[in-house]
Design a protein around this ligand. Structure first.
Ligand SMILES: [Fe+2]
Ligand SMILES: [Fe+2]
Length: 293
């Protein structure tokens, strides 16, 4: 079984957005884009190229670990949705969770934009509404979608799961023992860079849950860098893998747009291939290969 892992696509779309919508936190976000960052830091053509490459690759499932948008604007969700809809696998085999940029403001949270636009990609089997945590069982695999995203005032970009979601997650993980359980969350579940500003606040509580019930693989985004880590499970270490941004237009091959492909045999993750955008061929080619068997 092969799983493609995309993250931090940061689709930027400002057309049809009134200045009023940039009030509050978005004003800061926009100023950030205009002053400090190139507008095309995460160009849409890289998002399209990643989708094309995954369509050619013949993976069994695709996961997207959050930050689909830049400012949680309706046109950005519409753009991200249109591109996700061009994946040949379809919503049943594509699982999406939100990042902090997808709940950038309280108004985006109240409007439930993520849930509205990403519903087919973020619902539990048999459910019609988006609720976290959700579980999707696909043969020997079970995908667990957790939300760590909430509106946090600048300069914060931190994450929070909450006790209710953690308790439900523990029960759902336990119920799927014996399957290859893949936990999806946007923020790293360990102490990351600048964790006071950008970290998962209740990571210790999540680590306690994982030490009791375990899972087989944890995938995250948020860092815009490739990360490999381990957490303690009830019967050995759980691999934790973060992937860099799927759309980052950067000269360095270590940061440039990428996605990971995981190969799973039975109960084991045996290989991680990082597919990196190659500007000359305009395709994603195999970069680092980690044999983890
Ligand atoms: Fe991000
Ligand atoms: Fe993020």
């Amino acid at each position: 079984v092969r799983i493609a892992h995309l993250s931090d696509l940061h689709a930027l779309a400002l057309s049809g957005v009134s200045p009023f919508e940039f009030l509050n936190k978005r004003l800061l976000g926009l100023a950030n884009l205009r002053l400090g960052r190139r507008r095309d830091k995460h160009p849409v053509h890289l998002f399209e190229a990643a989708i094309d490459e995954i369509n050619r690759s013949g993976c069994d499932h695709v996961v997207v670990t959050g930050d689909l948008t830049n400012l949680s604007l309706a046109p950005e969700f519409a753009l991200a949705r249109r591109l996700l809809d061009s994946l040949k696998l379809g919503p049943g085999e594509v699982t999406v969770i939100p990042g902090n940029h997808d709940v950038y403001t309280f108004s985006a949270l109240r409007a439930g934009l993520f849930a509205r636009e990403m519903r087919p990609y973020a619902t539990e089997d048999g459910e019609s509404d988006v609720r976290f945590p959700f579980v999707r069982i696909r043969g020997p695999l079970a995908f667990f979608g957790v939300s760590t995203a909430f509106p946090s005032p600048p300069p914060f970009a931190d994450g929070w799961i909450g006790r209710a979601q953690l308790a439900a997650l523990e029960a759902k993980l336990k119920a799927q023992e014996g399957r290859f359980r893949v936990l999806l969350l946007h923020h790293p579940p360990y102490r990351n860079r600048h964790s006071f500003l950008r970290g998962l606040r209740d990571r210790n509580r999540l680590q306690s849950v994982l030490a009791r019930v375990g899972c087989e693989l944890i995938l995250h985004g948020h860092e815009h860098r490739d990360e490999h880590y381990e957490l303690k499970g009830p019967s050995g270490a759980i691999p934790v893998i973060g992937v860099g941004s799927g759309t980052y237009d950067h000269p360095g091959a270590d940061r440039r747009a990428r996605y990971n492909v995981y190969r799973i045999e039975g109960q084991r993750l045996v290989e991680v291939v990082t597919q990196v955008f190659e500007p000359n061929s305009r395709r994603f080619v195999a970069g680092r290969v980690a044999n983890v068997a």
